[in-house]
Design a protein around this ligand. Structure first.
Ligand code: ADP
Length: 270
C-alpha cells in the first residue's frame, strides 16, 4: 500500500457538532467521512490546512497557561498568511500544532481535508515529512555539509535516489540565487545565504504547506528583505500555502493575509 493510501485508509473523525460544523462549512470542508483519496488528488477548492477549535495549554508548576483557546484558521493553496502577535502570544505553539509537531489538547488539524488526530505517530511523521516544510529563525543547517548536501538530505531520507536529490537540490538552490554556493560548507556561507539554503531544504520534498517562524528575525534589514523576497517568489511559483510568524510589519504587509492571536483565538487584521 502506498504511503498516501495508508494514511488515507486511517479512520477519519466523524461529523463535528454545532459551531464546529458551521466553521467547516465556511472553510469548504466536507464533514463526510470521505472517499479516502484526498491526498492523492489535492483539492483546490478547500483549505490545504484547517485548524479547527484548537486548544493548547501548558502547565507551569501549579499554574495552567492557556495559550490557544479555540483557534480557527483556514489557509488555501498558494496563500501566504502573516501571523503577527507579541512575544508569548502563542505563535510558535500554533505553528507547532499546525505542523503536527505538537498535539492540541482539543480541536482538529486537517491537512488536505484529512483529520490528523486519529493518525498514529508514524503516520503523522510521514504526513509531516511529505506535506509540511519548516523554516526557523535560526537555520539549523549541518555546518560540515555543503549547501547541496543539506538540501539533498531530507530527499534521501524520503527515499529519492542520490541523482534525483542532486538534480532537485541544484535546481532549488539555483532558483534561490545560490548557484555559486552549491559546494560551500554551510558554515562558510553568510547569514542570508544560510537562510536561503534552509528555505530550499524546507521545500525539498515539495510540501504543500510552509510554516515559517520569524524566518528573517536574525538578519539585518537588507538581507532580511532579500531572503523574504526569495521566499515569497518561491511560495507564489510553487502554489505553497504559507504561515509566516513575523514581527516585521513591512514583511507582513506584503503577504496575502494578516492575522493575529488575541486571547488564544486567531483574529483577522484589517
Ligand atoms: P510566541 O511564539 O508567540 O512567542 P510561544 O508559542 O512560544 O509564543 O509561547 C506561548 C507561551 O507558552 C509562552 O508564555 C511560553 O512560555 C509558553 N510555552 C511554550 N511552550 C511551552 C512548554 N513546552 N511548556 C511550558 N510553557 C510553554
Amino acid at each position: 500500500m502506498s504511503e498516501a493510501a495508508a494514511i488515507a485508509d486511517t479512520p477519519r473523525s466523524g461529523p463535528p457538532p454545532g459551531k464546529e460544523a458551521a466553521a467547516h462549512a465556511q472553510a469548504g470542508i466536507s464533514t463526510d467521512v470521505g472517499s479516502g483519496d484526498e491526498l492523492a488528488s489535492p483539492q483546490q477548492d478547500a483549505p490545504v490546512l484547517f485548524l479547527s477549535g484548537i486548544e493548547r495549554h501548558y502547565r507551569q508548576g501549579d499554574a495552567v497557561l492557556e495559550i490557544l483557546k479555540g483557534a480557527e484558521l483556514a489557509v488555501w493553496p498558494g496563500q501566504s498568511v502573516a501571523l503577527v502577535a507579541p512575544s508569548g502570544a502563542g505563535k510558535s505553539t500554533l505553528l507547532h500544532v499546525a505542523g503536527l509537531l505538537e498535539y492540541p489538547d482539543s480541536g482538529e488539524v486537517y491537512i488536505d481535508r484529512l483529520a490528523t488526530s486519529t493518525l498514529s505517530d508514524g503516520q503523522r511523521t510521514r504526513l509531516r515529512r511529505t506535506e509540511v516544510g519548516f523554516v526557523y529563525q535560526f537555520h539549523h543547517l549541518l555546518p560540515e555539509f555543503s549547501a547541496l548536501e543539506n538540501v539533498m538530505l531530507p530527499q534521501m531520507i524520503r527515499g529519492l535516489s542520490r541523482r534525483e536529490a542532486i538534480n532537485r537540490s541544484t535546481e532549488l538552490l539555483n532558483y534561490l540565487g545560490l548557484k555559486d554556493r552549491l559546494t560551500h560548507r554551510s558554515a562558510e556561507l553568510s547569514g542570508g545565504e544560510q537562510q536561503r539554503v534552509a528555505i530550499a531544504r524546507a521545500v525539498a520534498n515539495a510540501p504543500r504547506i510552509l510554516l515559517a517562524d520569524e524566518p528573517t528575525g536574525n538578519l539585518d534589514p537588507r538581507t532580511s528583505e532579500r531572503v523574504f523576497g526569495a521566499l515569497t517568489q518561491l511560495v507564489r511559483a510553487s502554489g505553497l500555502a504559507m504561515i509566516c510568524a513575523t514581527h516585521n510589519m513591512d514583511i507582513a504587509a506584503r503577504m496575502d493575509r494578516r492575522v493575529t492571536l488575541k486571547d488564544g483565538a486567531v483574529v483577522e487584521l484589517e
